[in-house]
Design a protein. Sequence first.
Length: 312
Amino acid sequence: MGAASFGLPAGADDRKQVNFQLSWLHSVQFGGSYIAQKSGYWSDQGLAVSLTQGGPNAPVEPPVVSGTALVGISAADYTAAAVAQGAPFKIIAVAMQKNPFAIASLSANPVNAPADLVGKKIGMSVSNTPVLQALCALNDVDINQIEIVPTQYDPAPLVSGQVDCLLCWETDLPVAMTIQGVDNTTMLMADHGYSVHSQTYIATEDSIANRRAELVGLLKGEIAGWNDYLADTKAAAVLTVDMFPDAGLDLPTQVLQAERQVPLMFSDLTAANGFGWFTDETVAANVETLALLGREVGPDLWDRSLLEDAHA
């Protein structure tokens, strides 16, 4: 059930209809957006926002390019790839201050630093090989001394001992193992130089030029929603499960995921400047890491002016 099917309050006809394209299936990953919708923060901005879930067969970029969606949730590497193909995107806000990619291992045989990967078998999708290559390049580790084992996105190969570690998101497979009682350790790649903004807000240059007020209003609602999320992550998890009863969401998992997202999304930078913030320095670090991924972009891929307006 999509959020667009929820009943709209009186006066909804006076609001501008906006479609917001999420990057994945509904979960507490987007908890702040659900709060923004449920609490009327977008209505306060004169917007009626529909939240469209993504998924493996629902890429973010096409609806944003076509104008079907005003804003999409993406990541700097995906956006860079789309721009290389001619898409007129700008990154206008950054939800995840730290990239969620992590190396997960069993605590009895932990990977605590990139050097610990030497001699290990790592389970991962082969498509993520450039990510591992970038991590190794940033930390002077010889990738040829790591055995890559193609695996499905599942903790089973690690738990069963087929591999020594997994390349995954900090907020999903490690959470699943913890819920199952499997003692695990995660090494966040962002703590070792892997700087790629994730859960980024993208819009087209045309929308920035011609629908600026709507974009700023959407960001204002997001800021309010995510500030509420930070204040009570458990309430955000409960709301998520209640809003999407047919999504097969498990409350304890959502509660733990909501907690694990906090250090990724909130930092000294956001404490000083507000949710979604980025600086010339964080952009420069992204440009450097993206180059290691084969994505040559400049700082002009990011546009902070709408975020500045939203926080003003």
